[in-house]
Each structure stands twice: as structure tokens, then as C-alpha cells.
Design a protein. Structure first.
Length: 218
């Protein structure tokens, strides 16, 4: 794909799902070959001397009002500028005000993660308590509840807390409403393992069965 290809990502306004926005942005950066530049926080700090640049007449590289030292890798700098532009185009005004003074894409990316991926102990405790005590909302469909559950899993992964698939499956099974008690018993016994997809598939099938029989309102 050309580096000029248009990137379509919903703008992150500071209130939406940052983890999903981050996944989509990383996918686009991967396609455009820019993902590595997001980790290059040394680009403008103690930059390496580039022999090709040293051979050029000793003048600094100007970008608007910004003066770039002549020993900075210009290819990396141009990639960083493209990556910065993509971030700017895909965040709302409130978010942009918080990162507009960052000089590199890596600095912007790091600032966004610090602001919207809270990794403090209170937040880790809060998310884990919310996850391990999760209960489905009766007014929502199985799909809607599963989406809420998977978002909790993603939030935990983003702060470095990994939960095995079997634990996820057990907790989701336990969160089902009372009318799914028979399904719970069926899935708990007569097997050695339990996967998340098995729980989701069985719950959705039971939901359709209850709906079609008139025991569950659409």
C-alpha cells in the first residue's frame, strides 16, 4: 500500500474505547510500515551521526520553525512526521490539545498511552474486581453482554494483567442469568476443558431457543 493511502479510523475523543482505537491505529501503521517509529523515543535525543548526512555541506535541516540537527536520520524523521500526522488526523480537539507539543510520533504515542491506559494500582484493583465479579445485564442480549465482558479482558491486557481463556470461560458461564442454569450444568460436567467460544456459542443458541419459544422477549 502506498504511504499516501487514506487511513479510516474513528476519531478518539478521549471518552471512547482507547484500546480498540489503538489496535486499529497500529494495524494501519503496520500496513504503512510506520509501526517501528512509535517506539523510537531517542529520535531527537542524542541522535546517531549519519555518515551520509555528515558528508553533506554542514547545514541544519529546517521544518517550518523547527531546526533539525544535521546528524539526525532524515528518513526516520520523515517517518515520524507521517506517523504524527496520522495521530493528529485521528484524535479529537480535546485530545489533540494534550499532545500537540510533542516533537515526535513516539512522544505522542507514549503520552496517549499514559493518559488513557491507566496502570496505577487503584485502577488495576478496580478493573480486576469488576472482571471477577462480572454479571450479565438482563436487559441486554448475549452479544451485548459478551462485548462488555471482552472489553474488560482487553482493558486488563492493556495494563499487563493476563487472564487465561479457561478462566474467562468459567467467569462468563457463571455470569449467565438464572434461566440458563441448565446450560451451566451441561457445560460444567462431562468434559476436561472449557473454551470461551463454547460458552458464547451455547449461550447464543439457548437465547435463540428461548426467543423462538416465546419465553424471552426480543
Amino acid at each position: 500500500m502506498s504511504s499516501n493511502a487514506r487511513v479510516e479510523v474513528d476519531r478518539f475523543d478521549g471518552t471512547g474505547d482507547f484500546s480498540l482505537w489503538k489496535v486499529r491505529m497500529l494495524a494501519h501503521y503496520g500496513v504503512l510500515g510506520l509501526k517501528g517509529i512509535l517506539n523510537d523515543e531517542q529520535l531527537l535525543r542524542d541522535p546517531p551521526v549519519i555518515e551520509e548526512e555528515a558528508a553533506v555541506a554542514g547545514r541544519d535541516y529546517h521544518v517550518g520553525d523547527f531546526e533539525l540537527p544535521s546528524n539526525v536520520d532524515l528518513i526516520k524523521f520523515e517517518k515520524s512526521e507521517k506517523a504524527k500526522d496520522l495521530i493528529v488526523l485521528n484524535v479529537g480537539n480535546q485530545v489533540l490539545r494534550k499532545i500537540k507539543n510533542c516533537e515526535t510520533a513516539a512522544a505522542m504515542w507514549s503520552t496517549l498511552k499514559r493518559l488513557y491506559m491507566e496502570t496505577s494500582l487503584p485502577n488495576r484493583i478496580y478493573l480486576q474486581l469488576k472482571f471477577y465479579t462480572y454479571k450479565m445485564t438482563d436487559s441486554r442480549s448475549i452479544d451485548g453482554n459478551v462485548d462488555d465482558f471482552l472489553k474488560l479482558v482487553t482493558d486488563l491486557n492493556n495494563i499487563g494483567v493476563d487472564v487465561t481463556e479457561e478462566v474467562q470461560a468459567i467467569l462468563l458461564l457463571s455470569s449467565l442469568y438464572d434461566r440458563y442454569d441448565q446450560l451451566k450444568e451441561t457445560l460444567k460436567y462431562g468434559r476436561d476443558t472449557l473454551s470461551l467460544n463454547e460458552v458464547i456459542g451455547a449461550a447464543k443458541s439457548k437465547e435463540r431457543e428461548l426467543t423462538e419459544s416465546g419465553k424471552l422477549s426480543k
